[in-house]
Design a protein around this ligand. Structure first.
Ligand SMILES: [Zn+2]
Length: 281
């Protein structure tokens, strides 16, 4: 599966930032990918783009080409989301008594939300790509807010579960983003976050040619820095799992992919990580 990636639009503004995880100003150069520089924080080891494009400019990259990518691959993505959730013990069909409320941030065309709705959930989405959101609203009759999470007008303590898959790596200010997520969750509510794992085998092997080392990813998390992000945002990290040993078309023999795929999960060196965290009571 090829990761959606766009060359930054001409005229995008960038700015030098401090570490978005620990606020440290000192970093070393890590990877240069076309015109995008990834640096490593000298204190917490977070890998992030610096200088960094601003959120409004990044949002404009999610035009019709993104919608086409999402709609073409939506069944594959739903399957991956459900597999990831199962890995950390969440089976959407096992709904407890009463209707439960879920928010999917970066819900794209809404196939996962539709699946949740069919399983009895009160389902809401947030999506910055207008054509993807419209598809879910019109064709799936879903409740999707078009825009950024911080502009979503919903009372605090609203959701039992908040899910975001392949979103956090696109966010300029992940601490502010998680503060919003925290406020929207009910006490005892659970957050599920999926993101590429820079401490995985593929990132170590391919380095700046890694499929997730792209200008659209503003921050690249390791298992360690992702856990730190959630802890610093007052969440209790319950569980995490990684998966994916080698991607298809990596140029390596199929038998090696099979072996590495099988080992990635139990040994924790997978290419993608899912983290489950709780907002304490
Ligand atoms: Zn740092």
């Amino acid at each position: 599966m090829k990761t959606f990636s766009k060359v930054p639009n001409p005229g995008e503004k960038t700015r030098i930032i401090i570490c978005p995880l620990c606020g440290n100003k000192i970093y070393s150069n890590h990877w240069k990918i076309n015109d995008s520089s990834f640096v490593k924080c000298s204190k917490c080891s977070l890998i992030y783009q610096n200088p960094q494009p601003i959120a409004e400019d990044v949002a404009l990259r999610y035009d019709n080409s993104y919608f086409n990518y999402e709609i073409t691959n939506e069944n594959i993505f739903l399957n991956l989301i459900l597999l990831g959730l199962k890995d950390v013990g969440f089976i959407p069909a096992n709904i407890q008594t009463g209707t439960r409320k879920i928010l999917d941030i970066g819900c794209a065309t809404g196939l996962f939300l539709e699946f949740m709705k069919k399983n009895g959930w009160d389902a809401y989405g947030v999506e910055i790509c207008e054509s993807a959101a419209d598809y879910g609203i019109i064709n799936r009759n879903l409740n999707i807010y078009k825009g950024f999470l911080e502009n979503l007008s919903v009372p605090h303590n609203s959701f039992d579960i908040i899910h975001f898959s392949h979103v956090i790596e696109h966010i300029n200010d992940p601490l502010l983003f998680l503060e919003n997520v925290y406020n929207l969750l009910k006490p005892g509510g659970v957050v599920y976050c999926v993101t590429p794992n820079i401490s995985g085998f593929q990132a170590r092997l391919f380095k700046q040619k890694w499929r997730s080392a792209i200008p659209d990813h503003l921050v690249l998390y390791s298992v360690k820095t992702l856990k730190m992000l959630f802890k610093n945002s007052n969440f209790k990290v319950i569980k995490y799992k990684t998966w994916g040993g080698l991607c298809a078309n990596s140029g390596y023999p199929v038998f090696l992919k099979k072996i590495l795929d099988k080992l990635a999960k139990p040994l924790g060196f997978g290419d993608v990580v899912i983290i489950k965290a709780v907002k304490p009571h």
